[in-house]
Design a protein around this ligand. Structure first.
Ligand SMILES: Nc1ncnc2c1ncn2[C@@H]1O[C@H](COP(=O)(O)OP(=O)(O)OP(=O)(O)O)[C@@H](O)[C@H]1O
Ligand SMILES: [Mg+2]
Length: 282
């Protein structure tokens, strides 16, 4: 039940001989080295805001293809953790590796996004004036794997990909609608689709079902279950019914006061007295 016990996938430390080569590989968009099965590795990450520790020696590791749920009370540090992973916030101490050899604490937000970490914020950010299809097309143009050309034309392969994503995000048949006319939930799906088009190696979703109707929440759980194993995903959520739907046999990590309070299956964390005390209630 303790994150500190799962340290077996430690990547090489910075200063390792091929760190510069790894950094270049990421900069050029040619991918992250996950040969030992870890896509993300955080060790002893501490973030201080004027002396207040939003993260306090946080440990986390995510395997390739894993769908990990992160829960915990307001202010536990969940969003701050995503800020560290995406380079928005620099930790005061600790190690953050993407794959085997990419030191996230030394990269810019831009380079981290380019390296293949896609993040969805709580509020949907789609291009409201554009149609659903155009939004996905724009995302395709921003795909780091696609060679930029002066006059971008979709290949048939790219059209197929957009089509597949449209089906996945339940917007097939709505491709000519203006994104601004979609429901809140549909906008969230569209944004997830835009991230998927960019083929992230790791997808971070912060409260994806906040503000959704029950039906939209249920469909989002289905969507994430369809992505299981195909992508490495970290989901932060407060909606426990939703978390139970997507946790399945996977692991749930509970954060509290900037550290891991508990870690295990949904059933294990739900039965944990400390988790009940600080978060789930009796
Ligand atoms: N830029 C900042 N400056 C000062 N304090 C901050 C800053 N960002 C976050 N904090 C504080 O750090 C703590 C962790 O915040 P964070 O947003 O990571 O929590 P969270 O787990 O995402 O909570 P929620 O479930 O409410 O979204 C909170 O006490 C918050 O007030
Ligand atoms: Mg948050």
């Amino acid at each position: 039940m303790n994150a500190a016990s799962s340290n077996s996938t430690a990547p090489p430390q910075s200063g390792h001989g091929d760190a510069a080569a790894a950094y270049e590989r990421v900069r050029s968009g040619s991918g992250v080295d996950t040969v030992h099965g870890a896509i993300l590795y955080l060790e002893d990450i501490t973030v201080s805001f004027d002396g207040f520790k939003a993260l306090n020696k946080l440990n986390l590791d995510i395997s390739v293809g894993e769908l990990r749920c992160i829960i915990g009370p307001n202010g536990a540090g969940k969003t701050t953790m995503m800020d560290v992973i995406t380079g928005k916030t620099r930790p005061a101490a600790g190690t953050a590796y993407f794959g085997q050899s990419i030191d996230l604490t030394r990269m810019t937000e831009y380079d981290i996004a380019h390296a293949g970490i896609g993040r969805k914020f709580q509020r949907p950010t789609v291009f409201e004036q554009h149609t659903v299809f155009e939004n996905l097309e724009l995302a395709m143009k921003m795909n780091k794997q696609v060679r930029p050309t002066l006059f971008f034309r979709l290949s048939s392969e790219q059209r197929d990909k957009i089509d597949a994503v449209l089906r996945l995000i339940r917007l097939h048949g709505s491709e000519t609608r203006a994104a601004g006319l979609l429901s809140h939930g549909q906008k969230q799906w569209l944004e997830i689709g835009m991230l998927l088009i960019q083929e992230p190696q790791l997808l971070l979703l912060d409260e994806p079902v906040a503000g959704m109707s029950d039906a939209e929440t249920a469909r989002t759980a289905e969507l994430l279950n369809e992505l299981r194993g195909k992508h490495s995903i970290v989901v932060v959520e407060h909606d426990m019914a939703f978390v139970a739907e997507i946790a399945q046999g996977g692991k749930v990590t509970v954060l509290h006061e900037g550290s891991v309070l508990a870690h295990g299956t949904m059933a294990q964390v739900q039965a944990d007295e400390r988790v009940i005390d600080v978060y789930l209630g009796r």
